[in-house]
Design a protein around this ligand. Structure first.
Ligand code: FAD
Ligand code: DHB
Length: 390
């Protein structure tokens, strides 16, 4: 088989790029390791920044998001029981975020690819990348006993943190920066009315908690748990009791509980791989960088990679201009590191660290008190949360 751009990974990054390039007449093939059902069963991001929502519209996939997604102009922060509000709209100069689940957004992208006869191969096994540093790169995958080869101009590594693309960059070229946090998030999805119309980020001495939502009948809650915990350690009852204990009494009192329809633990990690281009391989999204979920930046960082790559590819194919491709890694990394800084800061601010000394605890408290006493600090938080410009 032959294509212009072979995209490894059928998550939001890969599908979005495929859809955008298709609309500009550029041919792509997406290779996804798992089945569509599996990809759509993963419950992940819930908060989309303005720039991501714009990209969905440009990809002609924004119709349901605009209909069913909720615009949020602020969120709440609870500090050991005391609640304060961050007015995103006011402090970001009129911006906001969209609450719309990654599952729904991925479904919309798959539907669009189907509508346009896009080539998305599911259950592509043993994907391998070859001759990336030449002008004739190719990718192979296995379908049963058959090995299929795809010749292309460019390979996009959009296969997430555990994918194969990043590993195809030689060790003496690739530099990895990583921080692993000593806890994870236990997440529960339940068919219940959300406890609050706006998200609540709760700091508590027992650990962090987050009250989020997917719709007015679907709640998403998280609690910080030790890395040694497993999902089996947490019955639904134990989860609800622990969540309530970390929230202000009046919020806990009105919490509607119910059976979990999904329960999973995500470890928290900060990670960046540099460079994001090697030869004719370009990394995008979680394949190149991971943030702890606290600042809701992960998918949103993927969006800027896709935006830069999309424009770079269009410039290459339509105008023969390779400036965008040449600058891609430096440009993408500049924004990626800002999202890293913000996510790290939100994580440090709101979580309980098992190895904190008294000095660290005092500083964390001072940081939070300063935030709510300073218009400049609130403006900085709001600017980052709604998303820095691409
Ligand atoms: P992925 O979604 O990981 O997609 C990669 C795809 O590649 C997968 O489908 C995988 O099956 C496939 N693949 C892997 N290996 C191979 C291979 N060898 N061959 C072929 N295919 C392969 N972000 C936000 O912006 N806002 C939020 O509110 C938010 N909340 C989050 C909450 C949680 C609990 C978690 C875990 C994450 C959250 N994120 C959030 C982060 C967000 O989900 C990710 O950043 C996003 O999924 C990245 O998309 P991606 O397409 O780059 O990677
Ligand atoms: C969600 C996840 C986040 O990491 C976050 O900061 C906000 C919301 C969510 O899954 O709803």
């Amino acid at each position: 088989m032959k294509t212009q751009v072979c995209i490894v990974g059928g998550g939001p990054s890969g599908l979005m790029l495929s859809q955008l390039l298709h609309l500009k007449g550029i041919d792509t093939i997406v290779l996804e390791k798992h089945s569509r059902e599996y990809v759509l069963s993963r419950i992940r991001a819930g908060v989309l920044e303005h720039g991501f929502a714009e990209l969905m519209r440009e990809a002609e996939c924004g119709e349901r998001m605009d209909r069913e997604g909720e615009i949020h102009e602020g969120f709440l922060v609870s500090d050991n029981g005391a609640m304060r509000r961050v007015d995103l709209h006011r402090y970001s100069g009129g911006s906001s975020v969209v609450v719309y689940g990654q599952t729904e957004l991925t479904r919309d992208l798959y539907d669009a690819r189907d509508r346009m006869n896009g080539k998305v191969v599911h259950n592509a096994e043993d994907v391998a990348l070859f001759d990336l540093n030449t002008d004739k790169p190719y990718v192979t995958y296995r379908d049963g006993d058959e090995v299929i080869r795809i010749d292309c101009d460019y390979v996009i590594g959009a296969d997430g943190f555990h994918g194969v693309s990043r590993k195809a960059i030689p060790k003496d070229v690739l530099r990895e920066y990583e921080r692993v946090y000593p806890f994870g998030w236990l997440g529960v999805l339940s068919r219940t009315k959300p406890v609050s119309p706006e998200l609540i980020y709760a700091r508590h001495e027992r650990g962090f908690a987050l009250c989020s939502l997917r719709s007015q009948v679907l709640s998403r809650y998280y609690i910080q748990v030790p890395l040694t915990d497993t999902v089996e350690d947490w019955s639904d009852d134990a989860f609800w009791a622990e969540l309530k204990s970390r929230l202000p009494d009046e919020v806990a009192a009105r919490m509607i509980t119910g059976p979990s329809i999904e329960k999973s633990i995500a470890p928290l990690r900060s990670f960046v791989a540099e460079p994001m281009r090697w030869g004719n391989l370009f990394l995008a999204g979680d394949a190149a960088h991971i943030v702890p979920p606290t600042g809701a930046r992960g998918l949103n960082s993927a969006a800027s990679d896709i935006y830069y790559l999309y424009h770079a590819m269009v410039d290459h194919y339509a105008k023969g201009d390779d400036t965008g491709l040449e600058n891609y890694s430096a440009k993408a990394l500049a924004r990626v590191w800002k999202a890293q800084r913000f996510s790290w800061w939100m994580t440090m601010l709101l979580h309980t660290f098992p190895d904190s000394i008294a000095y660290d605890c005092k500083l964390r408290q001072t940081d939070l008190d300063y935030l709510f006493s300073s218009e400049a600090a609130l403006a900085s938080l709001a600017e980052n949360y709604v998303g820095l410009p691409f």
